[in-house]
Design a protein around this ligand. Sequence first.
Ligand code: GUN
Length: 290
Amino acid sequence: MELIDGKKIAAQVKQELADEVSRIKAEGGRAPHLVAVLVGNDPASETYVASKVKACQEVGFKSTELRYGAEMTEEQLLAVVDKLNKDEEVDGYIVQLPLPAHISENKVLMAINPDKDVDGFHPCNVGKMVAGLPTYLPATPAGIVELLRRYGIETRGKHCVVLGRSNIVGTPMAVLMSRKADYGDCTVTMCHSRTKNIKDFTLQADILVVALGKPLFVTADMVKEGAVVVDVGIHRVPSDKTKSGFRLVGDVDFEHVAPKCTYITPVPGGVGPMTIVSLLQNTLKAYKGL
Ligand code: GUN
């Protein structure tokens, strides 16, 4: 069993991005600029946005964090989006999800200029992804593909089983893995909360991508010997073995599943660091033009 070290690969990709930004600046160009919009005070969102801003600094991008209170109206947020769409100093931006319940996420995502939509969530960009056209790929699935590629894990003709159907991870992951491209070319099965006898499917997986949001859902009896397992989940669960009283676990019971795998991503340090790197890659794409 080999660990897929997302932290190490993320550091490599960040170094490559930093080198490219240095070249751009040496030639008199300005730095790529990412803006992150955060509404309300969801603690997880605050952590994610802080990590995104920090990563921008590490590679030499300009970054701006725009923070607003949870009482912000939809109209006010749409006005911010409109301003960012028109601001030529902004290459790409994201509106961190979830938004407060009184704001329609779909309405806001639809208002983002697709050329600046470095999350790749706008239906225009989702459509381009499905059609195999150049676009911004959603960060988590793109990061997973990058991990598989850099570890030289063969995907062509393999059976990839994706657990989860969210717009952010499961659905785009299934699309990317099924594409006729230099990476993908899998037979894909997508399972979700309504799938009956889910183990019948997971046991067939050469590559199992788990994005259900359920702590320790995948157990050893659900995984085929020699499988590649990618765990997108991250949860804080109580623990009497750590000083903090908590530990981080994924959607996979790593301790018991890992011995059966050829490759597996740990939590933390697997998929998470790659998600941020993909956002940086998309921002550079936005700067250079798709
Ligand atoms: N919330 C959870 N993941 C993401 C993401 O990738 N982008 C945005 N904007 N919000 C999120």
